[in-house]
Design a protein around this ligand. Structure first.
Ligand SMILES: Cc1cc2nc3c(=O)[nH]c(=O)nc-3n(C[C@H](O)[C@H](O)[C@H](O)COP(=O)(O)OP(=O)(O)OC[C@H]3O[C@@H](n4cnc5c(N)ncnc54)[C@H](O)[C@@H]3O)c2cc1C
Length: 314
C-alpha cells in the first residue's frame, strides 16, 4: 500500500510531490493530461509571473520546468503517471482503493490538487467532427505534413506559431480566424506574410466535408455570411483548452473541497490543496497553494509515521 497518491501535476501537485520525496514518503502522482503543469502549461505558458517569492519574473512554463528539475534532483523522486485520471476512491482497511483510468492503487492517504480539473482541447463544435481522422488538436510531428495543404484554426500565439512551423514544410498553409485582428505577438503575425501563410479573416468553420478525412473545409464570413470552401489535407484546431472537473464524495463549497486547517477534507486522510481547496480566506494563487502543500505533507507524514521526528527544515 502506498503512503500517498497525489492527484494532479499542476504547480501545487508538483511541489507537494517534491516535499513528499523530501519526507521519504512512498507515493505516486496521477496526472490526467499527457503533460504536467496544470493551468500554467495549458493556459498561459508564456506569461511572466511576477508574484512568486524570489523571482523578479519567470514565465509560467519556466516555473513548471524549475519544479520538475527540483523534483528530479531528489534521491527518490515520486513517479508521475501521465494520462492517468483519478475516477473514484473508496475506503478500505488502512486507507483507500483508488480507481483510475488505468487501474487501481491502494494508498494510506490521498492529496487532491486537481485545480480546475483535467484540460482538453476546445473543439470546433460542428457536426461529425469526431468522425474525421485528419483533425489535429496538438501539433507533435510536423514532418508528416510535407508538401500538404493544411488549415490552422485559431488566432492566438500558438495558432500563429503552428502556422509558421508548418509553413516551413507544407505546400500551402491557411490560418483561419473569426476576428480580423490576431491575438498573437505582432512580430509573429508579420512573419505569417513573410512565410506565405494565407490569412483568412473573419471566418468561422461552417461545415466539414469528406469521407473519413476532411477534404474540404466550408467557411463562413462572419460579417457577410458568404460561404467559401478550401481543399485541405489536414485541419489543425487551436481554440485553447476547456476543463472538466471530477466530482469526489467529500464535502464541498460550490465546486471546491472544504478543508480544515491541516487541509484535510470531510473524509479521513483525504486532503485537498491548491485551487480545489476551500476555507475561509482562501486565495486562489500559486504561492498560497505552495504553503498549503507544506502543512498537508507534514500532517500526512505525521499520520503515517506517528513516532517519527519530522524535521521542519531540510
Ligand atoms: C490566465 C491565468 C493567469 C494566472 N496568473 C497567475 C499569476 O500570475 N500568479 C499566480 O500566483 N497565479 C496565477 N494564476 C492562478 C494559478 O494558475 C492557479 O492558482 C494554479 O494553477 C493552481 O494550481 P493547482 O495545481 O492547484 O491547479 P491546476 O493548475 O489547475 O492543476 C491541476 C492539475 O490536476 C490535473 N487533474 C485534475 N483532475 C484530475 C483527475 N481527476 N485525475 C488526474 N489529474 C487531474 C489537471 O490535469 C491539472 O494538471 C493564473 C490563472 C490563470 C487562468
Amino acid at each position: 500500500m502506498k503512503d500517498i497518491v497525489i492527484v494532479g501535476a499542476g504547480p501545487i501537485g508538483l511541489y507537494a510531490a517534491n516535499l513528499a520525496s523530501l519526507h521519504e514518503l512512498d507515493g505516486v502522482v496521477l496526472e490526467g493530461q499527457e503533460s504536467i503543469g496544470g493551468q500554467l502549461s495549458a493556459l498561459y505558458p508564456e506569461k511572466d509571473i511576477i508574484d512568486l517569492p524570489g523571482f523578479k519574473k519567470i514565465t509560467a512554463q519556466g516555473f513548471i520546468d524549475a519544479l520538475k528539475e527540483q523534483m528530479n534532483s531528489r534521491v527518490h523522486p515520486l513517479p508521475i503517471n501521465l494520462a492517468e485520471e483519478l475516477k473514484e476512491f473508496q475506503p478500505i482497511e488502512g486507507g483507500y482503493l483508488v480507481t483510475t483510468s488505468k487501474g487501481t492503487i491502494e494508498t494510506k492517504t490521498i492529496l487532491l490538487t486537481t485545480g480546475m480539473g483535467v484540460f482538453s482541447p476546445r473543439k470546433i463544435g460542428v457536426e461529425n467532427e469526431d468522425t474525421f481522422t485528419n483533425i489535429i488538436y496538438s501539433l507533435k510531428d510536423k514532418s508528416q505534413y510535407k508538401d500538404k495543404t493544411v488549415a490552422i484554426l485559431g488566432g492566438g500565439d500558438s495558432a500563429v506559431d503552428w502556422a509558421l512551423m508548418l509553413s516551413e514544410i507544407a505546400k500551402k498553409v491557411y490560418i483561419v480566424h473569426r476576428r480580423n485582428e490576431f491575438r498573437a505577438q505582432s512580430s509573429s503575425v508579420e512573419a505569417l506574410d513573410q512565410k506565405g501563410v494565407i490569412k483568412l479573416t473573419p471566418y468561422v468553420v461552417n461545415r466539414l466535408i469528406g469521407e473519413k478525412e476532411v477534404s474540404t473545409l466550408e467557411l463562413q464570413d462572419v460579417n457577410t455570411k458568404e460561404l467559401k470552401t478550401l481543399d485541405v489535407d489536414a485541419v489543425f484546431v487551436n481554440y485553447g483548452m476547456v476543463s472538466a472537473p471530477t466530482s469526489f464524495p467529500v464535502e464541498k463549497v460550490g465546486p471546491n473541497i472544504k478543508v480544515n486547517s491541516f487541509y484535510m477534507s470531510s473524509m479521513e486522510n483525504v486532503f485537498a490543496i491548491g485551487n480545489i481547496a476551500y476555507y475561509d480566506g482562501k486565495v486562489k494563487n500559486i504561492t498560497s497553494g505552495l504553503g498549503e502543500a507544506v502543512t498537508a505533507i507534514t500532517k500526512i507524514d505525521q499520520i503515517i509515521h506517528p513516532n517519527k521526528n519530522i524535521p521542519i527544515h531540510y
